[in-house]
Ligand binder design. Structure first.
Ligand SMILES: [Fe+2]
Length: 248
C-alpha cells in the first residue's frame, strides 16, 4: 500500500504504553550515551540525522517518551516506533518496515559497559534509527525496503541478500557530503566507538555497490572491517529496483 491509497490516520496507533518504566540508573545511562556522542555529531553525522533529532525532540535529558516522539514522527512521515519484546526475525522485521513501523527494544544496555548491547536496545533503535525517518525520502526508501524484501522472505538465500543490504545500507553506510564524509546509518550513529572507528583510517571503505553488498558477509559482534560509502543519499534511495532485479 502506498501513501496515496493508505487511509488517513490522524494519530499514530501506539503500543508505546508497553514501554517499561525505566529506572533512574537507566535514564542516566541514556544521558551518558547521549552526552558522549553530542560533541562529535556535527562533524560525524549526516545533517539529516541531527535535524531529525531536533524535529523528534530527542535529547540527552532522559529516555524519551515514545508516544511524544511518535506524534512528531508520524506527523512528518507516517512512521512510528513500536515496542518489541526481542529481536525481530527477518520476515517479521521487513513486514514491520512495510507498515512504516520501526521496532524499538524495550531495554537499555548495562550501565557498566556503554559500548556493548547484546541486542538492539532503546538507544540504538530510538536514537540511532528514528531521526533519519523524519526525512520523507529516507522514510519512503525504508517503507519500500520492507515491501520489496517481504516479497522474498520465503527464499533463505534471497532473504540473506536483503539482510546484507540492510546491514550495509541502513545500519552501516557512510556518505560523502560537501563538508566531507559522514555517517548515514543507525548502527554506527548509536555507537561512540563505531562512530570514531568508521571515520578513521582503520576500516576498508569501498564505493557503495549493490552487487558487492549482496555477497558481502558480515558479523554483528565486531567492528566492521569493510564499509561502503554512498556518493549521495539518493544512490541508496534508488537502489531497490536494481537490487531486486539482480536476485538469484
Ligand atoms: Fe538497527
Amino acid at each position: 500500500m502506498n501513501a496515496r491509497n493508505r487511509p488517513v490516520e490522524l494519530a499514530p496507533p501506539s503500543n508505546a504504553a508497553d514501554m517499561r518504566a525505566f529506572s533512574t540508573v537507566e535514564h542516566d545511562t541514556w544521558r551518558r550515551l547521549f552526552a558522549r556522542l553530542g560533541p562529535c555529531r556535527e562533524s560525524q553525522a549526516h545533517p539529516l540525522f541531527t535535524q531529525g533529532l531536533g524535529v523528534l525532540g530527542i535529547d540527552g535529558a532522559a529516555i524519551p517518551n515514545l508516544d511524544a516522539v511518535n506524534q512528531r514522527l508520524f506527523a512528518a512521515t507516517g512512521w512510528r516506533g513500536v515496542v518489541v519484546a526481542g529481536l525481530e526475525d527477518g520476515p517479521s522485521f521487513f513486514a514491520m518496515l512495510a507498515r512504516r513501523e520501526f521496532p524499538i527494544g524495550n531495554f537499555i544496555r548495562d550501565a557498566r559497559d556503554l559500548s556493548y548491547t547484546p541486542e538492539p536496545d532503546v538507544f540504538h533503535d530510538l536514537y540511532g534509527h528514528l531521526p533519519l525517518l523524519v526525512d520523507a525520502r529516507y522514510a519512503a526508501f525504508c517503507e519500500e525496503f520492507g515491501v520489496v524484501a517481504s516479497r522474498h522472505t520465503d527464499d533463505p538465500a534471497q532473504l540473506r541478500q536483503f539482510e546484507r543490504l540492510f546491514w550495509f545500507g541502513v545500519e552501516f553506510p557512510l556518505v560523502e557530503t560537501e563538508a566531507g564524509r559522514r555517517i548515514f546509518g543507525g548502527g554506527i550513529l548509536s555507537s561512540f566507538g563505531e562512530s570514531n572507528y568508521a571515520l578513521s583510517d582503520e576500516p576498508e571503505v569501498r564505493p557503495f555497490d549493490i552487487e558487492a553488498i549482496r555477497h558481502q558477509e558480515f558479523r554483528i559482534d565486531e567492528m566492521q572491517p569493510r564499509l561502503f560509502v554512498l556518493d549521495r543519499p539518493e544512490t541508496l534511495f534508488g537502489c531497490l529496483g536494481a537490487f531486486e532485479a539482480g536476485l538469484r
